[in-house]
Ligand binder design. Structure first.
Ligand code: B12
Length: 479
């Protein structure tokens, strides 16, 4: 796990250009609680879809700061449900599906130089910048916290930082989230933030924020450890995302969770159930789990939560965009998932090659996958409900292997979701991807992959077509 080096080893620059050593910001005497503005920036990408995406880290920080007494505001460029966005765009806003996921508003923008040869349109996903500026008019923060998602979304982060700096030139701006955690040097050098924070310690973040504002930190700092995300900052919620564990017991060669988190921890079942119940009481019926290993130790954790959900008769839907580990699905769990409201379970198969399953970490094998599909079908799921995630473009992976994997998953009677491999800097697979640590993070984009493996790019399309055709055929057969 990386230390939060960028916060400790650096200086920070205030709005007037004065440089301060980091140590000088951690004490303060003012008693007035700070006003904190949280910002979730736009996505700049070839494609983006709101698959139940919420900035959970930023919302947890917001919740902790609120508990300490800070005044916290939020501008979420990706909030598709904001009443002002609907006013601003009128009928031009794409509609959500019945489950709350949906397309963002988007506007074409110029492609960054590095990826200019990718023959696809590049867009800004999220609210129009005009509305962003309007929203800033009513804010007067003492400090601004900007989060970030994927490393290759940094251009949207930079755009937000630029506009925030234009509007609030004297307010210290801190950048955190996945991008600076995986690419701290890049963020430090190019982001324009006054301070780049590359850690995830909510207590340290609270001390940092209070220090930056020159405010004395209240004694009750324990309140900021792992607080439930501040969803109350949203005027309207279409769904809620939950992360009820951190870390993962596996260490797959293509995944970088261990660069971001220490060990494996689960949130107590009672706590999770109460959160679900309280959101359900406020009319939320769609919940997406963000966990890397949702079914691990299910007996002592998820099963307890879901039994309470079923017992209390909550009419809710659960979604698993991150994929479930088939190894842990048994007949009882399959029935419980269905009864509790898991509508479209996704299984993370990734590849059907036994050799690659072993060499990438051994999280699941084909027998376990087939068995899980059988249990899910026996529990009442149909072909259209269940999907298998297949990875395409892993370093050294022949395309024939992807084809075999698509056919294998389809023959098992589920839908196939083809995911392009996204290289995560610092992982063993990244080292084999042909990219180097110092490369522009835009190359981490799964859509940029065909550019550095151009010899394969035509075949990628063929594989996508194959998956689509097999999916339709499977649906026709099932009808
Ligand atoms: C949930 C999740 C998703 C969700 C939603 C992502 C989203 N848009 O929000 C879904 C399932 C959709 C998803 C999809 C993908 N994901 Co994903 N995902 C995750 C996951 C599991 C958790 C992220 C999370 O919410 N963490 C919880 C919060 C609490 O942590 P956090 O946001 O980092 O916040 C903490 C700190 O960063 C800090 N902080 C945050 N903001 C700020 C701000 C300030 C100012 C400060 C001081 C601090 C601070 O404080 C918080 C305190 O704990 C991570 C892995 C992981 N374990 O982190 C991968 C991860 C981010 N995903 C990854 C990948 C590769 C993908 C995909 C490309 C996979 C694929 N090939 O299809 C897709 C594509 C995404 C897309 N185009 O939309 C990679 C990263 C890739 C990259 N280059 O950045 C990760 C690291 C996993 C991996 N494979 O290694 N993902």
């Amino acid at each position: 796990m990386r230390p939060a080096l960028q916060s400790k080893a650096m200086t920070w620059v205030d709005g007037s250009g004065n440089v301060h050593p980091y140590g000088t910001i951690l004490s303060g005497e003012k008693m007035k609680p700070p006003r904190v503005l949280l910002v979730n920036p736009w996505i700049h990408d070839f494609v983006a879809y709101d698959l139940w995406a919420k900035p959970l880290g930023l919302l947890s920080i917001g919740a902790g700061l609120k508990k300490l007494g800070a005044q916290v505001g939020l501008v979420d460029c990706l909030d598709r449900f904001h009443p002002r966005l609907h006013e601003y765009l009128g009928g031009r806003l794409p509609k959500s599906t019945a489950y709350g996921d949906g397309h963002y508003h988007s506007e074409p923008i110029r492609k960054p130089e590095v990826i200019k040869n990718i023959p696809r349109r590049y867009k800004r996903y999220g609210m129009p910048p005009g509305l962003f500026r309007e929203m800033l008019e009513t804010e007067s923060p003492d400090v601004i916290l900007v989060t970030s998602g994927m490393t290759y979304w940094y251009p949207g982060v930079f755009e937000a930082i630029r506009l925030l700096k234009e509007h609030f030139p004297r307010v210290p701006l801190v950048l955190g989230g996945t991008y600076p955690r995986l690419c701290p040097e890049h963020a430090q050098k190019y982001s324009g933030a006054d301070l780049v924070y590359a850690g995830a310690d909510t207590g340290e973040i609270a001390r940092l924020i209070y220090g930056l504002c020159g405010t004395a930190l209240p004694a009750r700092t324990a309140a900021v450890e792992d607080p439930a995300p501040a969803y109350d900052l949203y005027p309207k919620l279409g769904y809620v995302t939950l992360r009820i564990s951190s870390g993962c017991p596996f260490r797959c060669s293509y995944c970088g969770w261990y660069l971001l988190e220490d060990g494996f921890r689960q949130v107590g079942p009672d706590n999770v159930y109460k959160q679900i119940r309280s959101f359900a009481a406020r009319g939320i019926s769609n919940f997406a789990f963000y966990d890397d290993a949702l079914l691990y130790n299910a007996e002592g954790h998820l099963v307890e939560i879901l039994k309470r959900v079923v017992r209390s008769g909550l009419a809710v839907n659960f979604h698993t965009p991150n994929g479930l580990n088939a190894r842990y699905i048994n007949p009882d769990l399959a029935r419980l998932l269905r009864r509790a409201g898991f509508v479209n379970p996704r299984l993370g198969l990734e590849t059907a090659s036994a050799a690659r399953q072993r060499s990438t970490g051994g999280k699941v094998n084909n027998e376990e996958f087939l068995q899980a599909v059988r249990f899910l079908m026996e529990a009442g799921y149909k072909t259209r409900d269940v999907a298998a995630n297949i990875l395409m473009g892993l370093p050294g992976q022949p395309l024939g292997e992807v084809k075999d994997s698509i056919e294998f998953a389809s023959a098992a009677g589920v839908q196939v979701r083809l995911e392009e491999y996204a290289p995560v800097a610092g992982t063993p697979a990244f080292a084999q991807s042909g990219l180097h640590g110092g490369c522009d993070p835009l190359w981490h984009n799964n859509n940029a992959f065909p550019l550095y493996r151009p010899e394969d790019s035509r075949d990628y399309q063929k594989l996508k077509d194959l998956a689509r055709n097999l999916n339709s055929a499977a649906l026709r057969m099932a009808d």
